[in-house]
Design a protein around this ligand. Structure first.
Ligand code: NAD
Length: 266
């Protein structure tokens, strides 16, 4: 099923599920920047939440808020049982330590899945695995190649693919071209998250049965493009736009519900 249709159906199921809950699920977004990309992401998150009946509050702080004051604000939300999730929008200004902030968010409310003790998975990798499962992708004993090793996509995605019993290889900026060609030619699942426009192209060989998951978002004069050239000779290739970005947004809503159910159980 196309990702757009899949996301639409999943959202309809969420609307039904949320409408039957006694307490409305809610989360807070904290923003300490005036970055246009962050503004756009936040707008998207609020729109998605409202669409399915989740309450969301944006707390925008002045750019010169001290680290200590921001940590206090996080603690307040951590201790507020009426709020089930908390996102601190990155990037933060230089005087605030991002790692410290990520660790300050309660693992139970960490719907971004950034906290090492959080049982919640980061949104992009989770969205990818959920979608591939809905497509009945065969994971067991299959060769999965993840290109890119960031903490928010590459590494957690490799971890989730391993959990599904794939043979996982991570390739990165120091991987030699000849090795990359060899791994890609043998791969059943290729996920790319490097931010290099159309890096995967016709110069590589692919298994015709392979799946390419294109995470990359590259802004070009011709609009948004992925890390893979469109129309590669494989069985399934996720589009950009209208692909992994939508799956990531969907995962945030699902993660909030997961946090909600934890909170209610406690
Ligand atoms: P990043 O930008 O933090 O790091 C890039 C990674 O790519 C590094 O691990 C590096 O080793 C690797 N890399 C760079 N050049 C390479 C090359 N030539 N060959 C092999 N590996 C190379 O990574 P990120 O934050 O995961 O973002 C990657 C891309 O994914 C960006 O385009 C970003 O916008 C996009 N992204 C999309 C979503 C979504 O929801 N669609 C979510 C997160 C990130």
């Amino acid at each position: 099923m196309e990702i757009k249709e899949y996301v639409k159906q999943q959202k309809e199921a969420l609307i039904k599920e949320i409408s039957e809950l006694k307490v409305t699920p809610s989360f807070v977004i904290m923003q300490v920047n005036d970055d246009p990309a962050s503004n756009a992401y936040i707008k998207g998150k609020i729109k998605d939440a409202n669409e399915v009946g989740i309450q969301v509050e944006l707390k925008k702080f002045p750019i010169d808020i001290s680290e200590a004051d921001l940590l206090k604000e996080i603690e307040k939300v951590n201790n507020d049982s009426r709020i089930h999730g908390l996102i601190v929008q990155m990037p933060l200004p230089k005087h605030i330590n991002e790692e410290k902030v990520k660790l300050a968010v309660s693992p139970k409310k960490d719907i971004d899945g950034f906290h090492p003790l959080s049982s919640i998975n980061p949104c992009t990798p989770k969205g990818i695995i959920d979608y591939l499962k809905s497509e009945h992708t065969d994971f067991v004993g299959k060769n999965a190649v993840v290109i890119g090793r960031s903490n928010i996509v590459g590494k957690p995605l490799a971890h989730l693919l391993l959990k599904e019993n794939c043979n996982v290889t991570i390739l990165h900026s120091k991987t030699k071209r000849e090795d990359m060609e060899r791994y890609i030619a043998n791969a059943d699942i290729i996920a790319i998250a490097i931010g290099r426009c159309e890096f995967l192209d016709d110069s590589f060989s692919y298994k015709p049965t392979a799946t390419i998951v294109d995470v990359g978002i590259n802004r070009t004069e011709e609009g948004l493009k992925g890390d893979a050239k469109r129309g590669l000779p494989v069985a399934l290739q996720t589009p950009v736009p209208g692909g992994v970005g939508l799956l990531t947004r969907l995962s945030l809503l699902k993660n909030l519900l997961e946090a909600y159910h934890h909170e209610i159980k406690d």
